[in-house]
Design a protein around this ligand. Sequence first.
Ligand code: RAM
Length: 346
Amino acid sequence: MFTQHRTRRLGMALTAMAAAAALTLTGCASGGDNGGGEGGGDADLSVTFLPKNLGNPYFDTSSAGGTEAVEEFGGEFAEVGPSEASPTSQVSFIQTAAQQGVGALVVSANDPEAICDALDEARDAGVKVVTFDSDTNPECRDLFINQATAEGIAKIQVDLIAEQIGGAGQIAILSASANATNQNAWIELMEEELAANHPDIELVETVYGDDDDQTSFDKTAALLQTYPELKGIVSPTTVGIAAAARYLSTSEYKGQVALTGLGTPNQMREYVEDGTVTAFALWNPADLGYLAAYAAKALIEGEITGEEGDTFEAGKLGDYEVGPDATVLLGDPYVFDAENIGDFDF
Ligand code: RAM
């Protein structure tokens, strides 16, 4: 178990650094010779990434992974996206990509339903649609690349907060946007896990910071004022946890109110080092973007259709198989703490 973690840890650190280097060198919209690369044939290997919003380091890292993959297979990479993670803010970007006739769109959805019509039109126009990170309703896309099982992501966060508050007391959740498919699935499962295995922990409220730094910061302050007995906050968003940590780190609550959830090591490092946070979880967003790009290639080339049992090759990550509901699983979530955070750079 421990050895497996160590191996995985090293792999994550190295791939993340390589991806970061690729982003620095190429910028975020670049590409090779379309169709000129190995195996490209006549297929249009132009792949457009559409994150929930721009300016979020998590998506910068996933797009760096996507860039690396697309360059490897000789396609053309682009990233577009809204500044706000609101339900319909991605629609116009999907329409533009469809008009341009890109080979595939790789999308993290702000809402399971709101972008479906636009995605349907894009698919009618021949664009392959891969969701990653945050899904739409399954009928609106060809494939979903899932970072880890929703059950696993929920459980690790509940385990962490339970350990950090000694198994009892009030907690709150600081989420992303209210409609986010991924956070809402995780929150529902966290509620079930709390009810089943932690009767002495009371979830007093879930608030939404909209994956906006300032809103998340303000919502943290409000939670602490409203609930003077609060023992801990779980923030299942990299934007939320970083903003909450910044608030706590200079407040009277530092070290008194626990904070965990999903964060990037680079954003959380100073708060782990100053004792605001002891441990949090995530996966490698660069690997997620890399895998999503290879899945897009396999769909464009007709190697897979999204049928359960379809297999495809994803460069340095190896072979993957499509599971139920046209979903591909990247791996397990990973816990970061003071002992290992220095090994990561993303
Ligand atoms: C934020 C976004 C993203 C989520 C991570 C954990 O960056 O909400 O969708 O997967 O947090």
